[in-house]
Write a protein that binds this ligand. Sequence first.
Ligand code: ZN
Length: 134
Amino acid sequence: MYKVEHIGIAVKDLSVSVPLYEQLLNTGCYKKEAVETEGVQTAFYQTGDSKIELLESMQSDGVIARFIDQKGEGLHHIAFEVPDIRAEMSRLKVAGFRLLSDEPKRGADNKWVCFVHPKSAGGVLVELCEEIKK
Ligand code: ZN
């Protein structure tokens, strides 16, 4: 895998968290994007070579809402950039990791994404992402 592409952070309310993270990171949010298929609204910050992704649930029973109900706001996932997401998915499957989807999905910020179940990855929700080439 390549670098840590971004770190995902679950938040209750972007209108509160966006300015908070702007202050914390000392940089403006450069993009807000809804991912309808996942029911989340995202906000991105560039921090050097990596990014911070804030995630707010658009539905009261969405994955992010359920995460916050159980664990509160905070670290949600770590995303690694990969050159070939399908190759990486097969490598991990063969190695015994549990993937949350059989096919890459279209994620935020122009990426193909796939998640690795935290139960098979030491308690960490890992996201693979590959830039969508036009
Ligand atoms: Zn992510």
